[in-house]
Design a binder for this molecule. Structure first.
Ligand SMILES: [Zn+2]
Ligand SMILES: [Zn+2]
Length: 319
């Protein structure tokens, strides 16, 4: 049993782009980069994503995982170019590409134009209800969305280990130089008694989490899967309620639907992204979301936030 873990761990989350369908000069295609410790993880990679990544200076070499929601070009066409940049970044450790069923075939097709890479690429296909663990101990679980083709909605969790209780160790008479043994999960003899590590730790403590649901209709299954995440990131392809029928037809969401999804999930906060190319100022429709879910932020390229064990979700000024 491991009692202690580095308490500095946070999710550091950055919207690289917030556009749908086509990149615009001031708005890259929607993709999200997040960091846990030094490891980087990218969600979706449309055309221009590597340019957006360069803008914020988080680097390339530490990219460990690319998670694909689905196979529409605005979410995957940037992969070959990014591979070239990764190859020149000095990266030599493995890259994992995660996606829905069919990822191996699609990525293999895109990689025909990539050539030899100095690192190994491992492809992992997930389906509805699957859970895996990413580097850095991040639990990653998925639920299927509803779009024009298979799509996965991702949830990421960092569990929190119970706390070591020094006052309990003191009360039980454990000498200070033996505390580290208890923290490592070993028992310690104190006179005739044996003190077990369980006696000096707190009860379970809530972890931290966030989720992303893009290019999907708002399903109950998604709300259930995202239950009580600190932050939910969803598409907001349409701001105007009048576009509801288009959203249904094309497998997307309006701001109001996204906000309802966040409310049903009891999320702590909502970021909207993936704005239709025709919607140049999504802020105009902000009220359609905030009327339903007040803690909504209309995303913009460079929007940055953190989720930490102690402070929970915190927005930062855009990078
Ligand atoms: Zn899309
Ligand atoms: Zn799509």
């Amino acid at each position: 049993m491991r009692i202690m873990r580095k308490e500095v761990t946070v999710f550091d989350i950055l919207l690289l782009g917030t556009g749908a369908m086509v990149p615009l000069p001031q708005r890259y295609l929607s993709s999200t980069l997040f960091r846990v410790d030094a490891g980087l993880h990218l969600i979706d990679c449309g055309e221009g994503t590597q340019v957006a990544m360069r803008r914020y200076g988080w680097g390339f070499k530490r990219l460990q995982t690319i998670l694909l929601t689905h196979f529409h070009a605005d979410h995957i066409a940037g992969l070959p170019g990014l591979m070239h940049t990764l190859a020149h970044s000095g990266k030599t450790d493995r890259l994992t590409i995660v996606g829905p069923a069919g990822t191996y075939q699609i990525v293999s097709g895109l990689f025909v134009i990539v050539g030899q890479l100095p690192f190994e690429v491992y492809i992992q296909e997930l389906q509805d209800g699957d859970e895996t663990v990413l580097e850095g101990g991040i639990r990653c679980s998925v639920v299927a969305g509803e779009h024009r083709g298979p799509v996965l909605c991702y949830r990421f969790d960092l569990d929190r280990a119970p706390a070591f209780l020094p006052e309990e160790a003191e009360r039980l008479g454990v000498p200070r130089n033996e505390w580290s043994r208890l923290q490592r999960g070993e028992s310690v003899a104190v006179g005739d008694n044996i003190v077990q590590p369980e006696q000096v730790i707190s009860g379970p403590r809530p972890g931290i989490s966030f989720g992303i649901a893009t290019d999907t209709r708002p399903l109950d299954a998604i709300a259930n899967h995202m239950s009580e995440v600190n932050l939910l990131i969803t598409e907001g392809t349409y701001g105007d309620d009048a576009d509801q029928n288009k959203a249904i037809e094309r497998g997307h969401m309006t701001f109001r639907e996204a906000a309802t999804l966040a409310r049903n999930a009891h999320a702590g906060a909502l970021w909207l992204t993936h704005f239709g190319a025709g919607m140049l100022t999504p802020q105009d429709f902000e009220a359609n979301a905030t009327n339903v879910f007040p803690n909504t932020t209309i995303g913009e390229d460079g929007l940055h936030g953190t989720i930490s064990y102690d402070a929970g979700y915190r927005p930062h000024s855009p990078e």
